[in-house]
Ligand binder design. Sequence first.
Ligand code: ADP
Ligand code: MG
Length: 143
Amino acid sequence: EPPCTLHITDEQAMMELGGQIACLLARGGVVLLHGNLGAGKTTLVRGLLRSLGFEGTVKSPTYTLVEPYHVAGRDIYHFDLYRLADPEELEYLGVRDYFRDDTLCLIEWPQQADGFLPKADLEVTLLHDGSARIAQLKTPHNH
Ligand code: ADP
Ligand code: MG
């Protein structure tokens, strides 16, 4: 079936999509963020965290692989697996503790850890469309 497709005209609209996802997954979940460099994955996560009241810096944790946030009483983990050399590195980071029912995990470059991640509740694919973006949303039928 065709995925749900949104036209995201600017950075602000991408931030708002993040806020909608925070609302949709208020009880937690796993979100895979697909898309090339600059597609807007981190912008979406920034918008999600801002919508919950987080005012600090939000950047891709490219070197540390994961950045934990505690905001609005929620544990939120933002992964950027671009530089993951071996999926087993995730074990060393202790990420098993991060994937609890009540946490929200947002994962950039999930294909780097294929087979080592929990099942996704939502998959977002971001595509360039000039200065705009296309967002495709899918809820995998794997529960
Ligand atoms: P990624 O994490 O996918 O590599 P980022 O969110 O870090 O991407 O960067 C996206 C860049 O594209 C930012 O500099 C942002 O300002 C810019 N941008 C321009 N238009 C958009 C849009 N419609 N949605 C999201 N980002 C946009
Ligand atoms: Mg990023």
